[in-house]
Design a protein around this ligand. Structure first.
Ligand code: GUN
Length: 307
């Protein structure tokens, strides 16, 4: 695993999410081949409603990764005027389809659709996003054997474990702070860290003295979606920083098409944090690639359970 940590110019080790994701995907492809040899081909259905450009990119990447893993991969693209009833009818059809083991409805959904109702229509056994209350509940009671765990936190934990292994600092007993309380990342991340016996603090938009709380944390997981909100100077020397944020901000100059350039930054002020942290995930190339890898892993898990 030491080959997934790279020395940065600033001092911290960079946690190479692309390399870890490639390892996960290779294992999933092998697992899928074994299952196919037993007569079961893992199947993933991805549903896109509307034309959100970022969602189109994500959905395409998910379909490609599924094919690379040897899965049966289908994409359903519905118009932006799709009704809740139409979307739910598609989900019910996929729930009943024996060739499909994983269903993912890409978020955000158009405003006429209640996303929570749709997510709760997905069969928990096929809920490879891990967003159904049954899966959230299984995670909350510490039953990871039966749960499907949300992909971004599951991938973040693997990166954290890789760093802890190399640095020789087990997660158990460490002070961890999770900044952001979303159902998709913050809450499940806190549950995973708790299951690893970390002492977990959940911070959010109403938290007072955030700098002080971050300054006492051995593990920082930032999932707020605000560019560089977590200042490098707050980071405790020697901490491990997992930056879940992927924020597009204005860059310098113009691109080949003559448009203003943009660049991606995380929720953590990277350069200043990398001077203090022992290990940190870069943006891009950190948590991002792990999300799709864990989606494939969850699909394989769902197919294995069914088989
Ligand atoms: N939109 C952004 N991230 C995600 C994700 O992890 N799952 C789904 N379904 N939609 C998303």
């Amino acid at each position: 695993m030491s080959d997934v940590l790279i020395q940065s110019d600033q001092g911290a080790l960079l946690i190479d999410g692309k390399a870890v994701a490639a390892q996960v995907l290779a294992e999933v492809a092998k697992g899928a081949a074994d299952l196919i040899a037993q007569g079961v081909r893992p199947g993933l259905a991805v549903v896109l409603v509307g034309e959100d450009p970022a969602s189109q990119v994500y959905v395409k990447s998910k379909g490609k990764a599924a094919e690379t893993c040897g899965f049966h991969s289908v994409q359903h693209t519905l118009g932006r005027e799709t009704t809740q009833a139409e979307l739910m009818a598609l989900v019910e059809k996929l729930n009943a389809d024996p060739a499909i083991h994983g269903i993912l409805v890409q978020l955000p959904l158009p405003k006429q659709i209640d996303a929570q109702v749709v997510l709760e229509t997905i069969s928990p056994a096929k809920d490879v996003d891990g967003f159904h209350p049954v899966n959230a509940g299984l995670l909350a009671i510490g039953d990871r054997k039966r749960a499907l765990v949300p992909c971004t936190p599951a991938g973040s934990l693997i990166l954290l474990q890789a760093a802890c292994l190399v640095l020789g600092c087990p997660i158990a007993g460490q002070n961890a702070v999770v900044i952001g309380r979303s159902n998709i990342v913050g809450k499940p991340m806190a549950q995973l860290l708790l299951a690893e016996s970390a002492t977990v603090t959940m911070a959010h938009s109403r938290t007072r003295d955030l700098a002080d709380i971050v300054g006492r944390a051995d593990i920082v997981v930032a999932a707020v979606g605000i560019p560089e909100m977590i200042k490098g100077a707050w980071i405790k020397p020697g901490a491990i920083v997992i930056d879940v944020g992927i924020n597009r901000v204005p860059g310098e100059g113009l691109n080949a098409k003559g448009e203003p350039k943009t660049r991606l930054v995380g929720d953590v002020e990277f350069s200043a944090a990398a001077v203090r942290a022992a290990a940190i995930t870069p943006v891009p190339g950190g948590v991002g690639p792990m999300t799709i890898a864990m989606l494939m892993s969850n699909t394989l898990t769902a197919a294995r359970r069914k088989a």
